[in-house]
Design a binder for this molecule. Structure first.
Ligand code: PHE
Length: 353
């Protein structure tokens, strides 16, 4: 072998560089690397032979061999980069981006119509100076009935079709059976007792309530917002004034309010309030059953017994209370004819608001 003359090194180098130039993929480059620089590669074999030369010949031959190795390594690395560049260019040429395409709108959720209705009602009352309060949904008989002037055996209890539950009152709660509250009125008692005689008492208390009802206009779970105002010299005129203003703000300035005498054990006198029908503006339609009016709440002057249960002296103070159906309000504002739609969570429904 002519390791010393350089002819062998040149031949290996030229062959390797030629193979390198002809390579068009990274895999081919790797094949060339293995063929020349690998453990059984041609250059590797030649370099091994250098060890057999005489000490005088060895340095020049070794130096020549190493230069060839560097030349091949450099050529392979350069070629590999060219191949990568070319592939990138080809990919970019095939990849077209239509910059005029409209963007994809992310799906953004929004408030449920019931939440919107509740929030709007709360805003109207807070702007009039009412605070927002709440109470438990699992309630004791005492708060739900007894303290609202419905003693055991009172016929009005039957109207409520209660769901009783196996639960025990908390340690600081009055003894008795537990139920899912049938109205938000127990919050009246809880709030008055917490105020411990301070004046004024001026709250609204929105929340879920439960009754054993289920049809197009009744759901076993629905929503009320309770109102309570207790102070010196509160009269029925204040009640009517507040409710008329709320109806106008909820349903529009031309909305009328009508009070009909009614009965609740916890108010005296009691009334039910109708708003003029938002669908026909009072001329009579299917939704208002031809009457031109739609019931939205029950109300009245707080019964003296209830004030006493709340820790207030009926000789000194008076108050009014009301319970408004939030679901009713939402149905009227958004023209929804079946209350159950509000609770099914069907996106085709919810997305319309
Ligand atoms: N709690 C009554 C009901 O559920 C409504 C109401 C509240 C009536 C407050 C008068 C006063 O029907």
């Amino acid at each position: 072998m002519d390791l010393g003359t350089g002819a062998l090194w040149e031949r290996i180098r030229d062959a390797a560089l030629e193979a390198c130039r002809r390579s068009t993929t990274a895999a081919e480059i790797e094949q060339v690397r293995v063929a020349y620089l690998g453990r059984r590669g041609e250059l590797t074999a030649a370099l091994r032979e250098v060890g057999r030369l005489t000490p005088a010949e060895r340095p020049a031959a070794g130096e020549a061999g190493n230069r060839v190795r560097e030349a091949i390594e450099t050529a392979l690395a350069g070629r590999l980069m060219e191949i990568a560049d070319r592939e990138l260019v080809r990919r970019l040429q095939n990849e077209t981006v239509d910059v005029t395409l409209p963007g994809r709108r992310p799906a953004v959720g929004h408030s449920h119509p019931l939440s919107t209705a509740r929030r709007d009602i709360e805003r109207i009352f807070t702007s009039m100076g009412f605070a927002v309060a709440d109470g438990p949904e699992v309630e004791s008989d005492w708060y739900n009935f007894e303290a609202l002037n419905m003693p055991v055996g009172h016929p009005a209890r039957d109207m409520h079709d209660s769901f009783y539950v196996d639960a025990r009152p908390g340690p600081d709660e009055p003894a008795g059976r537990m139920l899912l509250r049938t109205h938000t009125s127990p919050v009246q008692i809880r709030y008055m007792r917490a105020r411990a005689g301070a004046l004024p008492v001026r709250i609204v208390a929105p929340g879920r309530i439960y009754r054993r009802d289920d049809d197009a206009t009744h759901s076993p779970m629905f929503h009320q917002i309770e109102g309570l105002l207790v102070d010196r010299d509160v009269t029925f005129a204040h009640l009517k004034g507040v409710l008329a203003e709320v109806a106008r703000r909820l349903f529009g300035p031309e909305t009328g309010l009508r009070l009909r005498p009614s009965y609740f054990p916890f108010t005296e006198p009691s009334a039910e309030a109708d708003a003029s029908c938002v669908f026909c503006r009072g001329t009579g339609c299917a939704t208002c059953k031809g009457s031109g009016w739609i019931e939205i709440l029950g109300c009245g002057m707080v019964h003296p017994r209830v004030l006493e249960f709340g820790g207030y002296d009926p000789e000194e103070v008076s108050g009014f209370a009301f319970g408004m159906g939030i679901d009713r309000v939402a149905m009227l504002r958004y023209r929804i004819h079946d209350i159950r739609l509000l609770f099914e969570g069907d996106l085709r429904f919810c997305e319309q608001f």
